[in-house]
Design a protein around this ligand. Structure first.
Ligand SMILES: Cc1ncc(COP(=O)(O)O)c(C=O)c1O
Length: 397
């Protein structure tokens, strides 16, 4: 008899983005040409000076366990970087290095949440937030936003969602999946409610270096003197430096939370990968032209994608302030047949687009909103051109 899976893990769905990318990979293995817009993974190589630092670390024998919260040199580099770019002073002891930002989020939620606590998550949201909260036994409270308001949570909607059990508000700006960004004023208005209602905030700032002209990023904790003690900042090297496979992210929190996360991590993973930590110091402290160059390329792709989405009848998406996703409104193209297949929801639409046109996107339902599909433009211009031609053929037919 097969072993019984725990109740909490039984309820988990596999990450939809990873599942779609897996399907694209399988089709490719069968010999199909697939245009994969599913994964939020920069297609660039990790810059050479970062790779060199990893090789050097290996040569220097830095291949053993490290302190549980990460090597002091990287914790300091993270704190120095936030001070230099955002003017906010964190002590290195407030920084805990983890195995990717996803792990840092898991640590923060596990350290802070008890069953019965509520976490407010504005939808559309990144696929893993809901699952990571559920794993702690706490309750995700999903608050819908609208395309008309650029998918941003308003102070009024936040106030209404707060109950005596609310502990945390989750904010992700620039947003995955919509690319929308809160202005400093909008964040300030949310911060007022956070303080008034005595909430904590998990601010996922993983896309803060991928911000497009005309938009300005401010780190949430800088907006009010009271916010550093209420804010758990999440960041990492995956998106900024094309380092997804190195698995380095971090949390920056009040010191007691950092200590608890460090204990938790010492029991879970011992420490993040040694060599990757040394490479991440080179990323943060070394030349930053690579970031500018990658952003310039993403900027070109964003222009192209916005133009193509606007040209295809019945499609639209909000203007992306940051990150590398177009959140396409496909609702006008639901409720009809595609090559004889009835398509009524975003899941079927994305699966048929993949099966009929070999273009992989991710269904809006995975991000908590029906009627949308997310297209990542962290892929080459040739792929984007071919993929959008096929999307156009698909919806026009
Ligand atoms: C909003 C957001 N937060 C966190 C992560 C996780 O990043 P990492 O690769 O560092 O675990 C992702 C990755 O897709 C993301 O989009």
């Amino acid at each position: 008899m097969a072993p019984t899976i725990s109740k909490i893990v039984q309820t988990l769905q596999p990450s939809a983005t990873i599942a779609m990318a897996g399907m694209a990979r399988e089709l490719r293995a069968e010999g199909e040409t697939v245009y994969d817009l599913s994964l939020g993974e920069p297609d660039f190589d990790t810059p050479a000076h970062i790779r060199d630092a990893a090789v050097q670390a290996m040569e220097d024998g830095k291949t053993h366990y490290t302190p549980a919260p990460g090597i002091p040199e990287l914790r300091k580099a993270v704190a120095d970087d936030y001070l230099a770019r955002h003017g906010i002073q964190y002590k290195p002891t407030q920084v805990v290095i983890s195995c990717g930002a996803k792990h840092a989020l898991h640590n923060v939620f596990t350290a802070l949440l008890n069953p019965g606590d509520e976490v407010i998550i504005p939808a559309p949201y990144w696929v893993s937030y809901e699952a990571l909260v559920q794993l702690t036994g706490a309750t995700p409270v999903i608050v819908q936003t609208t395309q008309a308001s650029d998918f941003k949570l308003t102070p009024g909607a936040l106030s209404e969602a707060v109950t005596p059990n609310t502990k945390i508000l989750l904010l992700c700006s620039p947003s995955n999946p919509t690319g929308s960004m809160y202005s400093p004023e909008e964040l300030g208005a949310l911060a007022d409610v956070v303080i008034e209602k005595d909430l904590l905030v998990v601010a996922d700032e993983i896309y803060e270096r991928l911000v497009y002209p005309g938009h300005k990023f401010v780190s949430f904790a800088t907006l009010h003197d009271e916010l550093p003690e209420r804010t758990m900042l999440i960041n990492g090297v995956s998106k900024t430096y094309a380092m997804t496979g190195w698995r380095i992210g971090w949390s920056m929190t009040p010191e007691n939370v950092a200590k608890s996360i460090s204990s938790l991590q010492s029991q879970e993973t011992s420490n993040p990968t040694s060599v990757s930590q040394w490479a991440s110091i080179a990323a943060l402290s070394g030349p930053q032209e690579c970031v500018t160059e990658m952003l310039a390329e993403f900027t070109k792709r964003r222009e192209f994608v916005m133009k193509r989405v606007a040209e295809i009848p019945g499609l639209s998406c909000p203007e992306m302030g940051g990150a590398f996703y177009a959140y396409m409104n496909i609702s006008e193209h639901l409720g009809r047949k595609y090559n004889g297949v009835q398509v009524d929801d975003s899941t079927t639409w994305c699966l048929e687009l993949l099966s009929q046109k070999k273009v992989a996107t991710v269904m809006g339902s995975a991000f908590g909103t029906e009627g949308y599909a997310r297209a990542s433009f962290a892929t080459s211009m040739e792929n984007l051109e071919a993929a959008f031609d096929r999307i156009e053929e698909f919806v026009k037919k």
